[in-house]
Design a protein around this ligand. Sequence first.
Ligand code: KPL
Length: 335
Amino acid sequence: MSSSRIYILGIGNIGRLFAHALANTPNPPPITLLLHRPSLLLDWHLAGRTISITTHGVTNSNGAYDVEEPTIHEDGIIENLIVATKTLHTAKALEAVKHRLNAESTVLFTQNGMGTTEEVTRTIFPEEAGRPSYLAAITAHGVYSEGPFRSVFAGQAHVSVGRVSGSSSTSRYLLDQIVAAKLLNATEFESRELRLLQLEKLVVNAMVNPLTVVYNCRNGELFKRSDITSVMRDLLAEASQVVSSLPELRTREDGGNDVAERFSKENLEAKVLDVAEKTAANTSSMLQDFRVGRETEVGYINGYIVKRGKELGINVGNNERIVEMVQKRKLAVDG
Ligand code: KPL
């Protein structure tokens, strides 16, 4: 039945984990992997046409997927789409399938950082008529790649999922499938709470990720040094002020007073230190990208704080500098 098919665009670690979790339920939906680069088809054959996920040393390979190259003449409507591409490539990857999405479609975004859904609306679906409804997922699981279509599910945590505020609500089908996929350990939140959780993650990533690049170290090594802690506090003071001032969070009767408390410098610092400690052995995703010369997501993380801060007239000089540093050091790696 076409309405129950789930398409996945972006087959990196998060895409593989979602595919694997959905395929390993008692009543799995049909799943199609959209291979957005031609080289992926060869990789798929080399991987034995399976996705392999290793958990606690045990590898489970499942081949219960159809594959399609989205750029090649397919034009059937996609009703359920999970977009698991990197932030930087999301709008471009969606461009190739936009003719297959309509107001009945549901698109789940799994990207880090903020600003992707706004970018997709601006560049791909500027008209409200015909725009799919949006869901977002925040993934706290630790997954790393062992090669194309092979990942290790290293740190089991949870997924927070829900509708994106302002998005029209059509089907619940995709949400229900995500929550039913036990391996994801997903909880559904209402849109405002989901947004607050996204912003908390944004601030944590805005502190940990670029500092691991600048100081070239694992997460756990960062805040053992008082000089790095002091740089983090300067970045955090700006982030706290920006998030606490966001007008879209002040729409409740109490004026959004919960936001100022939740995003106080003290609460945010406690969160940052907690995540850095719990993920002490991790090489942050930004440092991994940086080391292999890939463009990083700093523009969607600290860059988002800079953009919103400037709109609100808040000084975001420290975040602006760290965006430049990470991007410049990237140039140094390239050159
Ligand atoms: O989300 C992460 C990332 O690396 O992007 C953290 C939580 C910092 C773990 O490494």
